[in-house]
Design a protein around this ligand. Structure first.
Ligand code: BES
Ligand code: ZN
Length: 594
């Protein structure tokens, strides 16, 4: 067999899925989805046809409900799941699989009412990127394969179902007390962009192409926070070309959602930690929106090329921010990004292959090596390309790139061929090969400075010698300046310093989770016990990995706080999303093995 993706059993020479019909019967009581999955292949096939599955029970495989197709599930693999091998009778182009999910589904998060804002109904959502769609339905779970789909979600009366697709209607369900929500995704998407959520979900229009979905309790706050997103789309279209996904809706998730945002087409999923009350975290929306071009139109071929998705998107995000808020604001974000990249480089160590842009992934679980590297090192390379040829030329190249590769999935090497053809000599001039195939960050990396940035850094450096910023200065800081200031204080500060900072600026009360978590992690590393109740509040409420990881890491770094960390984790571990739980477990393991 020839395998084209290090995380998928799919063999594209056996056949390729063209479209899928999904019927999902959602059973909250038993926490499972019973499904009818209809696969339509590009061409009629015969013989072995391999699909990815994980933690699925297969009930039957037939040719469109008629002839039985012999099938066999392979051995369980921790990364791949189980191969479902079908033996297609000659001429098979349509197949139907009846199956159900089990507790081991890594894509699905089933929440109790207590984990929702309303506390009244349970909630279900999915997170399929990078290789979890297979734990909902059998598919060729590789971004090289794109398909359109239709779906029917059968849910109990009183629930609303949404998908990252166009809603096409609601009707009575097949049983009394059920409703069917219908969807269609006409554009071909990779499996990792399928997404659904079911719960007490309401919506409000923000413009004729933007709608916000959320639990009723947070809808108003969300509508205010994201009120300006329509104009963001206009700005993005001006730079990257027409928005092709028709609508841009957003769903504010429950707190356990493990990411900041997920670019599910037509329906971005967002963490509720973005609801800061001052629109200060809309950069995450700019990022997910930017994926509508870089990622959802032009997609990485495999997770070895993940930086193509994220590096271009961070670059695009900051171009949108620059157009809306000015270059200084974008520079502050780039500086925060550079700090987080440096931390990741240090964590991995300087010879780690995960500090390359093109990362070897054979035998590696992509969730375990998820980091800022593809994002921020990728951003630096794209920015370097832009600076080298000049913005005007670069923007034209990017527009042609999106045009050339739309609805395709590409490798880093295909991107390099394209760049070399568009701008001969560019790869050599930027040392692109070193950026891509070697560890660390080359010396020709773009740097970001601005008067505001320098001022904050100076004040940060002066803290050690007893200098506090005064209210007149720090009172006017943006959230980004606060974050940079706290980062500039280093690994730890004195207990007295912690106390004075918190008293003066009420950091533990910040409604901006980026500031709050940067502060709490610093305070914990400094041994400032007074913040533990606040840390507990965050760890028992929020499931976003970006916040859980640094807080647990800081706690585990101090022996006296380890019992506290263990106790909170014990209380929470069943309620964190599998991904977040596994990440935190990894931190505990590395402390034990020290
Ligand atoms: N696509 C990612 C999230 C993701 C990556 C999920 C890999 C699963 C596997 C999303 O676009 C993202 O990057 N989110 C960031 C937002 C940020 C960079 C502004 C996040 O969640 O923090
Ligand atoms: Zn992203």
């Amino acid at each position: 067999m020839s395998r084209q993706d290090p995380h998928s059993y799919a063999d594209l020479e056996q056949g390729i899925i063209e479209s899928i019909g999904l019927k999902f019967d959602i059973d909250f009581e038993n926490r499972k989805i019973l499904s009818v999955v209809k696969l339509h292949l590009k061409e009629a096939g015969e013989g072995a046809f391999d699909l990815d599955t994980r933690a699925l029970k297969i009930h039957s495989c037939t040719t469109g409900g008629e002839e039985n197709i012999p099938w066999e599930l392979g051995e369980e693999d921790a990364i791949f799941g189980r191969r479902l091998r079908l033996e297609l009778p000659a001429g098979t182009q349509d197949l139907e699989i009846i199956c159900e999910t089990t507790d081991g589904s890594t894509a699905l998060d089933w929440l109790e009412p207590a984990q929702t804002a309303g506390g009244r109904l349970p909630y279900l959502y999915s997170q399929c990127q990078p290789h979890h769609a297979r734990s909902i339905f059998p598919c060729q779970d590789s971004p090289r394969v794109r398909f359109g789909y239709t779906a029917e979600l059968i849910v109990p009366e009183g629930f609303t179902a949404v998908m990252a697709a166009a809603p096409t209607g609601v009707k009575d369900g097949p049983r009394p007390g059920t409703r069917s929500f219908l969807f269609e995704m006409p554009q071909p998407i990779p499996s990792y962009l399928t997404a659904l959520a079911v719960g007490d979900i309401d919506s409000r229009d923000l413009s004729d192409r933007v709608r916000i979905w959320a639990e009723p309790e947070v809808l108003e706050q969300a509508a205010w926070e994201f009120a300006e997103v329509d104009s963001m789309i206009g700005v993005a279209e001006g730079i990257f070309g027409p928005y092709v996904w028709d609508r841009y809706d957003m769903l504010v998730m429950p707190f356990s959602f493990p990411y900041g945002g997920m670019e599910n087409p037509r329906l971005t999923f967002l963490t509720p930690t973005l609801l800061a009350g001052d629109r200060s975290l809309v950069n995450v929306v700019a990022h997910e929106l930017a994926h509508s071009w870089t990622g959802n139109l032009v997609t990485n071929a495999t997770m070895e090329d993940f930086w193509i998705n994220e590096g271009f998107t961070v670059w695009a995000e900051r171009r949108i921010l620059e157009a809306l808020e000015g270059p200084e604001y974008a520079a502050l974000h780039a500086a925060i990004g550079r700090n987080s990249l440096n931390e990741a480089l240090e964590r991995f160590g300087k010879d780690s292959p995960y500090t390359r842009l093109k990362t070897p992934m054979e035998g590696v679980d992509p969730d375990e090596v998820y980091s800022e590297v593809p994002y921020e090192k990728g951003f630096l390379l794209v920015r370097l390309l832009e600076e080298t040829v000049g913005r005007e030329v670069w923007d034209q190249v990017v527009a042609r790139y999106i045009e050339r590769f739309r609805f395709q999935s590409i490798t880093t090497e295909e991107l390099l061929v394209f760049l070399d053809e568009q701008i001969p000599g560019i790869l050599r001039r930027t040392a692109a090969h070193r950026w891509i195939y070697e560890e660390g960050v080359p010396e020709n990396a773009p740097e970001f400075t601005s008067p505001r940035l320098e001022r904050v850094r100076e004040l940060g450096a002066a803290f050690a010698s007893g200098r506090m910023p005064d209210q007149a200065t720090a009172g006017g800081w943006s959230p980004e300046e606060w974050q940079l200031y706290l980062q500039a204080l280093g690994q730890s500060i004195s207990l007295e310093g912690c106390r004075r900072l918190d008293e003066e600026f009420r950091l533990s009360e910040s409604g901006n989770y980026e500031i709050l978590v940067t502060w709490l992690a610093l305070a914990v590393r400094s041994g400032f016990e007074e913040v533990l109740p606040r840390v507990r509040q965050v760890l028992t409420k929020v499931g976003r990995g970006k916040f859980l990881r640094p807080l647990y890491q800081a706690l585990l770094g101090r022996e006296e706080f380890r019992p506290f960390a263990a106790e909170v984790f014990e209380e929470m571990k069943e309620r964190y999303h599998t991904l977040a739980r596994v990440a935190v477990e990894g931190l505990f393991r590395s402390v034990k093995s020290e």
